[in-house]
Design a binder for this molecule. Structure first.
Ligand code: CU
Length: 202
């Protein structure tokens, strides 16, 4: 009796083991498959967007928050301030000047301006409060916005304002950030920031 029971248990245990192994195999396969599937999605997001990209400014975020470009592609940022109440800008750069505060260091202005030496055609400027060119090489089409000096390249749009920036993606591959530093960096800290991935030329 004992022997039969033992055999029975052993057989049941083998059955369980096979079942467990089968489940592990299926789950493992799904995980692996899922990873490949996710990698596929990631590759999709890595596809560079040539042509016009609409960037909308809200209180206090951008839509989209991530843009992918490729070096050498001709692109246009169609920037539009969707806020009814707030002025917003768009600075693109790398690195931060860290300013000490009671709450720890605050990341402020970028240390490197993306637009340095970049030829850019500025068109369809409407309700632009001011435009800082810094070291960008600007050409204007249509009404010229109020150009001022100080800080990195940055258009600041009034509520409802818009501007188009057309340029060839310069040979500056890597990760870049964009942000709005209006109102003593409060907009940036509140989440008004995004990321630009620049892929090397093909
Ligand atoms: Cu803002």
């Amino acid at each position: 009796m004992n022997g039969v029971e033992t055999t029975g248990k052993t057989q049941w245990s083998k059955g369980l083991l096979i079942t467990v192994l089968a489940v592990v195999f299926v789950v493992g396969s799904l995980v692996l498959f899922g990873r490949y599937w996710m990698a596929g999605l990631m590759d999709q997001s890595q596809k560079a967007a040539a042509g016009k990209v609409h960037v909308f400014q809200f209180d206090y975020y951008y839509e989209p928050r991530h843009i992918t470009w490729r070096v050498g592609d001709r692109v246009t940022i169609a920037l539009r301030n969707m806020s009814d109440t707030h002025w917003h800008e768009m600075v693109i750069g790398q690195g931060h000047v860290n300013v000490p505060s009671a709450f720890g260091p605050i990341a402020t202005d970028f240390t490197r301006d993306f637009w340095d030496g970049v030829p850019v055609t500025i068109s369809d400027a409407r309700h632009v409060d001011n435009l800082v060119l810094n070291k960008a090489v600007a050409t204007f089409v249509g009404p010229k916005p109020n150009v001022v000096t100080g800080g990195d390249f940055s258009p600041t749009l009034q509520p409802g304002g818009s501007i188009n920036l057309t340029f060839t993606v310069p040979n500056k591959p890597g990760e870049w950030e964009y942000g709005c530093f209006v109102q003593q960096y409060m907009h940036y800290m509140a989440g008004m920031q995004g990321r630009i991935t620049i892929l090397p030329a093909q």
